[in-house]
Design a protein. Structure first.
Lengths: 296, 265
């Protein structure tokens, strides 16, 4: 996958002064951004910690020495172009996939709420919303009801899962992830396929729940430049961690506020990439020192 | 009352219908119809082995269906040949080997039809014991695994992330499937076994709001088809297993008809 263009990013308004397409371009060099120094051991308050994770599938290096930590109560947004290994990294962190090398450590007793990418409903299985939620962690009936109320979907409890719209289904899957007081929520591209208003609503909801309950959030975003405003940290992944930093609030830019409306602009933020290296067409990083890895 | 052979046929069919109902639902939900077909057709090799060694046929069939299930689990680890092609290949290779082996074991006068389409009226008291013992075991395992199995049918990754031991549950499920297939072969034969599993479940789907309802309706349809099929078989002197399957086909058509008319997706 070529890293030269932000593929898969839906057509969105490009604003003067914030031209997203070029920020990612291989021929642009930003000032060197300080890569976060990762301690050799996981910090004591880390919910998840991955160290030196390598993963190769079908001869293709998907993850190359990835280090990542999620602190308690932190909202960490993970971005990167298509094929950057975001979903694979999430699967490794969740224990769904074994890395070839490296370690993944969960805080003992950590309960993980997971919202997978593209939740396809199987119409062959008759299933009500309430039943779907109870299929997750074993809960009391009122827990399921409360989780549905939390995401504003309490009216859906008796509906068939297959009758829900895309937005309703997304809330229901989020409700299932909220059951049983998770210590961390992992959401894989929850805003893919919904518009900015829906995205802003979702981010506001996640942000509010995080403030109330203090769980950590790992949010994979499909957009390279517009992220959740409440992100404490943004990590840009392209097989390895390219850079990380904090997003800048969109609300400070009057033209965004005009375009999206104040409500939406408050929930979204811009992330400026600071890459100190380029990727060749195969997506392999070319570091300034010239130690490019093998192309496959 | 009825002739003993008819009573045994009815008891065997009803016992199987009750076990096949929840199992068939999972076969439908997990898209394993052709998987079951391959395992069932491999059962013919088990029959041949049993005839050659003069051992209990249900035992030899069970040994082969279990072995083939594990072989399929192993073969599914590669992705060069798609799994459905693999199943088609294995099902027919097994059928060919089974037919040759059975005729070698028993000579040309062997009644192959009885093995391909079952011989429910030849069910013996010992067969009945097998069916009820194996059926109780299979039903118990399905009830025990109901929740994790259902969860991984709905979304495997989500189930795994929530801590369901997905691989172990899947393994136990294929073993239970092999057990029930081995029991069903005596009654409906290697070619109709999978029909007896999936048809009641498929007919139950349009009427069901919950997974449990679907299993319950499947059990009712399965039992109904056994009773009606046997009655038709005795009345019109038609083969037992195929008569049951024909009744099931009509029940399915009647159940799915409203959804077809409404164009319900």
């Amino acid at each position: 996958m070529a890293a030269g263009s932000p593929q898969g990013v839906p057509a969105r308004p490009t604003l003067a002064g914030h031209a997203p397409a070029e920020t990612w371009g291989p021929d642009q060099h930003h000032a060197h951004c300080e890569p976060e120094p990762h301690p050799a051991f996981a910090p004591a308050d880390a919910l998840f910690s991955a160290r030196s994770v390598w993963l190769t599938r079908a001869g293709r290096a998907i993850l190359q020495s990835v280090d990542i930590d999620i602190a308690e109560g932190e909202i960490l947004t993970l971005i990167g172009p298509n094929g950057a290994g975001k979903t694979t990294l999430v699967r490794v962190l969740l224990g769904l996939e074994k890395p070839d090398r490296g370690t993944v450590v969960h805080k003992p007793g950590l309960i993980v709420g997971y919202v997978p990418q593209r939740f396809a409903v199987d119409r062959a299985i008759p299933l009500t919303v309430a039943r779907f939620i109870e299929l997750g962690r074993r809960v009391e009936d009122e827990d399921a009801g409360r989780a549905l109320a939390d995401v504003g979907a309490d009216k859906l409890a008796d509906r068939q899962l297959s009758e829900l719209s895309g937005g309703e289904l997304q809330r229901v899957v989020l409700a299932r992830a909220l059951v049983g007081s998770p210590g961390v929520l992992v959401l894989d591209e929850p805003a893919r396929g919904i518009d900015f208003t829906g995205e802003a609503e979702l981010y506001a909801l996640i942000g509010r729940l995080r403030s109330e309950r203090g769980f950590g959030v790992l949010l994979v975003s499909h957009d390279l430049h517009v992220v959740m405003a409440q992100s404490d940290r943004v990590i840009c992944l392209n097989r390895h961690v390219c850079c990380s930093g904090v997003p800048r609030s969109v609300a400070q830019h009057p033209e965004y506020a005009r375009l999206f409306g104040a409500q939406v602009a408050r929930a979204l933020a811009l992330y400026q990439h600071h890459h100190d290296h380029r990727h060749d067409l195969a997506g392999e990083p070319q570091t300034p020192s010239g130690s490019a890895s093998d192309q496959t | 009352m009825a002739e003993p052979f008819l009573m045994r046929a009815l008891l065997a069919g009803l016992g199987l219908a009750v076990v096949a109902a929840p199992l068939g639902c999972f076969v439908v939900w997990r898209r394993m119809a052709y998987y079951g077909e391959a395992v069932a057709q491999a059962g013919l090799i088990g029959i041949a082995v049993g005839l050659a060694l003069s051992v209990n046929l249900t035992a030899s069939v069970l040994a082969v269906t279990l072995a083939v299930s594990l072989l399929l689990v192993a073969l599914s680890r590669q992705q060069l040949v798609p799994f459905d092609a693999l199943l088609g290949l294995l099902a027919h290779a097994a059928l060919a080997i089974g037919v040759i082996a059975a005729s070698l074991a028993r000579g040309p006068q062997l009644d192959l039809m009885a093995f391909l389409f079952g011989d429910i009226f030849a069910v013996s008291a010992s067969d009945l014991r097998w069916i009820y013992l194996g059926g109780t075991l299979a039903l118990g395992a399905l009830i025990y695994l109901w929740r994790p199995l259902l969860s991984l049918c709905v979304h495997e990754d989500l189930a795994a992330a929530e801590g369901t031991p997905v691989e172990r549950v899947k393994l136990v499920f294929v073993l239970v499937l092999a057990l029930v297939v081995a029991m069903a072969i005596k009654i409906v034969g290697v070619l109709l076994t999978i029909a007896f599993l999936i048809m009641p479940a498929a007919a139950a789907r349009p009427l069901s709001e919950t997974p449990e309802q679907m299993a319950l309706f499947a059990a009712i349809f399965g039992s109904l088809s056994v009773g009606l099929g046997l009655f038709l078989s005795v009345s019109f002197d038609t083969p037992g297993g195929p008569s049951i399957v024909v009744v099931l086909a009509f029940i399915f058509l009647a159940a799915i008809f409203p959804a077809v008319v409404r164009g319900q997706r």
